[in-house]
Design a protein. Structure first.
Length: 326
């Protein structure tokens, strides 16, 4: 496990409350990540991130702004050694999560976000969240002071990790950045930080009528059972299933299934499977049909996504250990 980045100052209780932040000393136990949480969203998140017997990290919960942190933005990173379940927690700071390599998920209520190298997630201060990170993911996080930062959104929102933003965030974890340079870097990050048009967000319903559908697609995203067939199995009308889906998720059954398959496809591509293999795994008979469906949801073709987000097995320079590391 490798961590780099500026040390948090003594007395900052949020140091250690953030995945990838230096000085982290969370409570850990070998546990089944899905069982450690509850609800359909947690089970779906675990399935998407391919979490198996996961290490559980239990972190503190803070109200927004409850700690006066001595920085504007604090960056950190970690290569995740084992499949990891982050128990629900919250920070006194705003948080930006993204990955240098690999795919992870974050849960906020019944919503599941997929986090990649190209699209991160902004989480407002004080917002309870949990998540799953598979082994091998190069995880990045940055904390933003509530007193010094005008947030790009007061709600959780996806953020495009553009090449410029990535370079600026990389600069923050330099050991030799002078105070004036850090101030300029902070200002530039805040200037270019903006919501993404292509968040990979899936609301996971916790309605008992829909539970068999969610469980089936969680187990096998290629499940081809139609809306009418589900209605017959559940003993209700197709109209009832449609209305229940729309009320619980704000999406049609078809749109929800397409997004669910895209989430799983992103994780499979990150695991190193070929585009042809992924197409079959998520229920498409041809790569052309898969490509069209994937692009409708993500705004990218599978090939474009792979170029932006190399799989875990790809050769990527590892972060250097900080000079002050023991």
């Amino acid at each position: 496990m490798v961590r780099t980045g500026p040390r948090a100052r003594a007395g900052d209780p949020d140091a250690g409350a953030v995945p990838g932040e230096p000085g982290t000393s969370p409570t850990r136990s070998r546990d089944d990540g899905a069982a450690a949480s509850s609800g359909a969203a947690a089970r779906w998140s675990s399935a998407v991130a391919a979490s198996r017997a996961a290490e559980s990290r239990r972190l503190p919960s803070y109200a927004a702004g409850s700690v006066d942190v001595p920085y504007t933005i604090l960056g950190g990173q970690e290569i995740i050694a084992r499949d990891t379940f982050w128990a629900e927690h919250s920070h006194p700071t705003h948080e930006l999560l993204w990955n240098e390599r690999g795919v992870s998920t974050a849960n906020i209520g019944r919503r599941v976000w997929t986090i990649t190298p190209g699209v991160g997630l902004w989480i407002p201060a004080g917002m309870p969240h949990s998540g799953f990170t598979p082994a091998g993911v190069w995880h990045r996080a940055a904390q933003f002071s509530t007193a010094r930062v005008d947030p790009p959104s007061t709600a959780p929102v996806a953020v495009d990790i553009t090449p410029l933003l990535r370079l600026l965030l990389d600069r923050l974890i330099s050991e030799h950045l002078r105070p004036r340079s850090r101030e300029v870097t902070d200002a530039m990050i805040l200037d270019v930080l903006a919501p993404s048009e292509h968040e990979l967000l899936l609301p996971v319903p916790d309605h008992p009528l829909l539970a068999p559908i969610i469980d089936a697609l969680s187990t096998d995203p290629a499940d081809a059972t139609t809306l009418e067939q589900w209605a017959g199995r559940l003993g209700v009308s197709s109209r009832t299933v449609t209305r229940t889906f729309e009320a619980a998720t704000g999406m049609s059954f078809r749109a929800w299934v397409s997004t669910a398959r895209a989430q799983r496809a992103v994780a499979l591509l990150a695991a190193g499977e070929t585009i042809e293999e992924v197409a079959l795994r998520v229920g498409f008979r041809s790569t052309s049909a898969f490509t069209a469906a994937f692009r409708r949801v993500t705004g990218l073709t599978p090939g474009q996504h792979r170029r932006e987000s190399p799989p875990l097995g790809a050769s990527t320079p590892e972060p250097a250990a900080p000079s002050h590391a023991p």
